[in-house]
Design a protein around this ligand. Structure first.
Ligand code: B4P
Length: 196
């Protein structure tokens, strides 16, 4: 299996690039943000709990997110692999992902880590907020989401750096230019790590 974590701050292009990667590599796309938003839309108990947290720009508790991921892995265990988009966002989530994949004799292959400066993130998310009306895409919440990312999510990069799986990619430019850089990283990493 090819298991890719697509990592980066809010607005770095994870969701955007994940869609293109899924098409190219035929992987199963798991976006914890999308899963949570569908719970919110369905007004489920989990969704009602998650909405207030998401609107504040905070992270939903690890056990909720990990439960959702385990369910998705179980439903797709025969597949070609996964794109994890927006997950893991804490070191605890990264450890739990490792455990869950180990249960299927699998592991994270690599982490593509999109690098985008704060001003650009703010610009993109404010634009999306205007176009889509997403309730967490307003200036105050975006600032908090980026702060939360720096505090709670950046440590995940050190976790994967130690395993030599963290691959930074500059996330500035057109969507296609960034996609080409990501594909290059994936193919290069695969050719280095695959037994010949
Ligand atoms: P997410 O849905 O993951 O939201 P996001 O971080 O904003 O990323 P997204 O993928 O949607 O945006 P993208 O960068 O592609 O999370 C939302 C909330 O859910 C979190 O705040 C948290 O509360 C909760 N949550 C999710 N996962 C969790 C977890 N694991 N643990 C706990 N809580 C969790 O795109 C942004 C915009 O930029 C788009 O409009 C796009 O068109 C544009 N864009 C993309 N690439 C561009 C480019 N190259 N140039 C210009 N614009 C570009």
């Amino acid at each position: 299996m090819l298991n890719i974590v697509l990592f980066g701050p809010p607005g770095s292009g994870k969701g955007t690039q994940a869609e293109k990667l899924v098409e190219k590599y035929k992987l199963v796309h798991i976006s914890t943000g999308d899963l949570l938003r569908s719970e919110v839309a369905a007004k489920s108990e989990l969704g009602l709990r998650a909405k207030a947290i998401m609107d504040a720009g905070e992270l939903v508790p690890d056990e909720i997110v990990i439960g959702m991921i385990r369910k998705k892995l179980d439903e797709n265990k025969e597949g070609p692999g996964f794109i994890f988009d927006g997950f893991p966002r804490t070191v605890e989530q990264a450890r739990e992902l490792r455990k869950a994949l180990t249960d299927y004799d699998e592991r994270v292959t690599m982490v593509i880590s999109l690098q985008v400066p704060r001003e650009e993130l703010m610009k993109r998310l404010l634009k999306r907020g205007e176009e889509s009306g997403r309730s967490d895409d307003n200036e105050e919440t975006i600032n908090n989401r980026i702060d939360v990312y720096e505090r709670q999510t950046i440590p995940v990069t050190y976790y994967y750096e130690k395993m030599h799986k963290h691959l930074p990619v500059e996330g500035i430019g057109t969507i296609d230019q960034i996609f080409d850089k990501i594909v290059k990283e994936i193919d290069q990493f695969e050719s280095f790590t695959k037994p010949s």
